[in-house]
Write a protein that binds this ligand. Structure first.
Ligand SMILES: [Zn+2]
Length: 256
């Protein structure tokens, strides 16, 4: 609620009246959802991260996004976090013992889950709270030292995209994998850079289009993608409220 009120006020100050309208309507929806959860059917949806069950997930609204049935009131995860967990569990050996895992800009709810499961996990961020402070374009980690590097909704904020990808490649072990998510505008054939971080697009520095795989398919990487459709039935996708946004796997196949 506090976050929505702040978003409404900031939108008004910036004269982003469409965002202001979304914020007000989202606040009203929040009241409706809370009442429904108090008196209605509570087992329609289930959060696979914290175990919360309810009538539906809550609306997630901010500058440049307005997603229905996304936010879990139990752990504040979004639909893309729940999908990612299923994909990591079903399509990778991420949770096998002994994997060295590093994440830039940690997703709080999943960070807690990794730590609670005793994984060899480290998070860092340039500004926000994380286990360490660090810059994805100049990391402290040794060459060939990491099995999984998580980079979720980060690259669209990083001006030095190529430097970041080269650094990620450097620190991954041969056969290691970067797990990458970015917002992709599938109507856009070619990604483009904003002149400056765009306040109407969550302060992203670029908008990714359908060429995202081509942009990341640098020498030494083999890029593939998975989506929740590969892992769960439609019924389960709805039950767990999972995003269908693809997750990209950048596997280090050679030293260069
Ligand atoms: Zn949850």
């Amino acid at each position: 609620m506090t976050r929505l009120l702040r978003f409404a006020l900031v939108s008004l100050r910036r004269r982003h009246f469409d965002f202001f309208a979304n914020a007000v309507s989202s606040i009203l929806d929040l009241f409706g959802a809370t009442v429904k959860d108090a008196f209605g059917e509570r087992s329609v949806v289930h959060c696979n991260i914290c175990g919360w069950t309810g009538n539906s997930f809550y609306r997630h609204t901010g500058p440049g996004y307005d997603e229905k049935n996304s936010l879990c009131p139990g752990c504040l995860c979004q639909d893309r976090h729940r999908a990612l967990l299923v994909i990591l569990e079903k399509c990778t050996d991420f949770f096998s013992p002994g994997k060295k895992i590093v994440e830039v800009a940690p997703e709080r709810n999943l960070e807690t889950l990794y730590v609670n499961q005793g994984l060899d996990y480290t998070s860092f961020d340039i500004k926000r709270r994380a286990m360490e402070q660090g810059d994805v374009t100049r990391m402290r980690y040794l060459d060939n030292s990491i099995d999984y590097f998580l980079c979720l909704h980060v690259l669209e904020h990083v001006p030095g995209e190529k430097e970041a990808l080269c650094e990620i490649h450097r620190v991954l072990k041969p056969g290691g994998c970067a797990v990458v998510q970015v917002p992709v505008d599938w109507n856009l054939p070619q990604s483009y850079e904003y002149p400056m971080a765009d306040p109407r697009d969550t302060f992203h520095v670029r908008r990714y289009g359908r060429d995202f795989i081509k942009r990341t398919n640098l020498p030494g990487f083999e890029v593939a993608s998975k989506s929740i459709n590969d892992c769960l039935s439609n019924e389960d996708i709805n039950h767990f409220g999972c995003s269908r946004e693809p997750v990209f796997f950048l596997k280090k196949v050679s030293a260069t």
